[in-house]
Design a protein around this ligand. Structure first.
Ligand code: WTA
Length: 645
């Protein structure tokens, strides 16, 4: 790996909120006196009733309990909107850039106030009240942000489902949290193609009972409306006022649920609460992106993922920043689109994912070079380890060697960024997420949970709580405890492997559990397997990740068929379509290998280690295969592998 050091540019350090001395001082204070540190920084948001208690957390597996600012009360939407009106009423809150380059819209804080209040009143009229769950299945349109903030205004809990998920996945996530109201759009628009959101909702609801479906009109496409259940947002909005009193909630009242994949079972409803989450999202957003009042900040994520929650909506808006929301994709109508948007809106902070960078890198540097990009100041990366080549390209060609890159490591569970450079404080190494943010105590442990010191490699754990941490798995606290606090007792286990170098810099190496990361999308191999075995011709399936040039990891599937079924190209195609339909296009298998048998131990456990090696095309060193029930299956698997170098 590259160890070239990029020092902090002097002009950036001079103008930044945090330089290295300040980082050292604040980091130390945050660890030695968390109550004092967070008690002070907790005041960055407006409280209705100020907190008197700061940290009350326990990682003891017999009693995992995480509470921050527990006696304070607030309203999250008032923090993101109302409190800015006096000084920033006419400042753009959201710049929306449509899929088609001819479409954009600027929404000021004052306009955002009116829109969110109206949306809240519509939801209220549909029966939504404090504590209710509302599922949002929306494209990247301003109404997605309005709906989130409207829920927050009412003290209701939103659960966003990414528009790329299938009706089945959507249904699972609606019933998982028992939402009675769904907000969707007629259709989404991405790269000139329509996404049938309302039709998907209709399919999902074939077997479910909900009270209301609120439909936002986006494309004007033809959709069917079920009498008594479905309403058009624009019609309902005409009937309500544009003032809705924000509901006072406790710091530990839930703000949202977001389903995410783990190594076992079905997706978990990650629950985030209000006070600590907002303090952490806003503080990380300000310092990590060094975001100032005149910045135009753009995070290219989708609001269906946690990055969209914390760093398109809640963090930036709590800070009174201007956040750009993009409906489209990086390659439409051309691979210059990102940079055209940067020039068009004078974007100064640009936060994206390695998979997008690699795809644009592949399209050729000329698409970058013909654009100006002089407005850019800070670049960011998130979602998967960024390979040094992609880092270098991003740095050299997009940022013209002027802009620091913050490689931000975090997870749906962490609510906000945990390990990252700070632009004015941290010398960069391509491929390293560098150092912990304030209050974050990372450690590396071996398989037994022994903490490893110095330059070493191990499993990444966090030793103590920070305010943005998830509080529980919705409806299943035991699963929360089991998943995160039982592997290594008394520590939060991230599921990631990591190396620490001589300078104390962290280098995330990727998941060490059965989660794969495909184009920055998290996927449990178990989910894909259970979709496959639901196919009538499939007897058994095992899914592993393998290195993929563009996606980071690709999905490699081993399938054994029912007696009498024959492998064929057509069947492989059918299975791909099946998984897309069961889970969504993001789970579509890249490589499918039909196998007469899978390698199993004598007790019947599939030996994934072997399957991973074969998928990586590195089968010379398969390790100990002597415990296999039938060693001959390995020969066949190697012989028919799909990923030959
Ligand atoms: C991976 C996304 C390396 C990691 C915010 C983590 C990263 C998982 C980075 C969480 C990074 C995220 N470097 N790996 N900068 N950022 N990851 O929940 O494996 O969608 O555990 O949250 O993405 O994915 P999630």
């Amino acid at each position: 790996m590259s160890e070239t050091l990029y020092p902090v540019p002097a002009d950036i350090a001079a103008a930044a909120y945090i330089d290295d001395a300040k980082y050292q001082e604040m980091y130390k204070a945050s660890i030695t006196n968390p109550d004092g540190f967070w008690g002070e920084h907790g005041k960055r948001i407006d409280w209705i009733k100020p907190f008197t208690k700061v940290k009350n957390t326990s990682y003891d597996p017999h009693n995992v309990s995480i509470k921050w600012f527990e006696d304070g009360t607030l309203n999250v939407s008032a923090n993101c909107i109302d409190r800015h009106l006096e000084t920033r009423g006419d400042k753009p809150a959201i710049i929306w850039e449509g899929d088609d380059p001819s479409e954009h819209k600027v929404i000021t804080y004052r306009e955002l106030y009116a829109e969110v209040n109206k949306f809240a009143n519509v939801l209220h009229a549909m029966g939504v009240k404090k504590g209710d769950r509302v599922t949002l299945y929306l494209p990247m349109i301003p109404e997605a942000a309005y709906a989130m903030l409207a829920c927050a205004r009412l003290g209701a809990i939103h659960s966003i489902v990414f528009g790329g998920f299938s009706p089945d996945s959507l249904a699972q996530r609606i019933s998982g949290c028992d939402s009675k109201v769904i907000v969707t759009a007629d259709e989404g628009l991405r790269g000139g193609r329509k996404v049938p959101l309302k039709a998907n909702v209709d399919k999902a609801l074939e077997t479910l009972d909900v009270d209301k479906v609120v439909v936002v009109r986006r494309t004007g496409g033809d959709v069917s409306m079920t009498e008594g259940r479905d309403v058009w947002y624009h019609e309902e909005a005409e009937r309500v006022s544009d003032h809705c009193e924000p509901v006072e909630v406790n710091a530990e009242d839930p703000l949202f649920i977001l389903y995410t994949s783990g190594s076992t079972g079905q997706p978990k409803g990650v629950l985030h609460t209000s006070g600590g989450y907002l303090v952490y999202a806003s503080m990380t957003h300000q310092y990590i992106f060094d975001c100032k009042d005149d910045d135009i900040y753009w995070c290219t994520a989708d609001v269906g993922w946690v990055t969209g929650h914390s760093y398109i909506v809640y963090g930036p808006l709590a800070n009174g920043a201007t956040t750009l929301m993009f409906e489209g994709i990086p390659s439409y109508p051309s691979p210059s689109r990102f940079w055209d948007v940067v020039d068009k809106h004078k974007v100064s902070i640009f936060y994206t994912a390695p998979t997008a960078i690699r795809a644009l890198m592949g399209a050729g540097v000329e698409h970058v070079e013909k654009t100006d990009r002089s407005s850019l100041r800070i670049l960011g990366s998130v979602g998967e380890p960024i390979n040094p080549e992609a880092w270098q390209w991003f740095y050299d060609h997009v940022g013209n060697k002027r802009c620091p890159i913050v490689d931000t490591w975090w997870q749906t569970e962490t609510g906000g960024i945990l390990i990252t450079p700070l632009p004015g404080a941290t010398a960069l190494k391509p491929g390293s997420a560098t150092r912990p943010f304030f209050g974050v105590q990372p450690a590396l442990v071996d398989a037994e949970g022994q903490i490893l010191e110095g330059a070493t490699e191990g499993n990444l754990v966090i030793l103590d709580s920070w305010p943005g941490q998830m509080r529980t798995v919705y409806g299943d606290h035991e699963r929360f405890v089991q998943t995160y606090f039982s592997t290594y007792k008394g520590m939060y286990f991230s599921g990631d492997g990591c190396r620490r170098d001589e300078d104390g810099y962290y280098w995330i190496t990727g998941r060490v559990d059965d989660v794969i990361n495909v184009s920055g999308h998290r996927m449990g191999t178990a989910e894909v397997e259970s979709a496959l075995v639901a196919h009538p011709k499939v007897s058994e399936a095992a899914v592993v990740g393998y290195p993929h040039d563009l996606k980071g990891q690709g999905i490699y599937v081993y399938v054994t068929l029912m007696d009498g079924e024959e492998p064929s190209e057509d069947l492989a195609k059918e299975l791909r379509g099946w998984v897309r339909q069961e889970i969504g296009p993001i789970a579509s298998p890249d490589l499918i290998q039909f196998a007469p048998g899978l390698p199993k131990t004598r007790s019947g456990k599939i030996m994934r280690r072997i399957l991973r090696k074969i998928a990586e095309d590195s089968f010379d060193n398969l390790g100990d295969t002597s415990t296999l029930a039938d060693p001959a299956v390995v020969e066949d698997l190697i012989e028919n592998r799909q990923n030959r170098a």
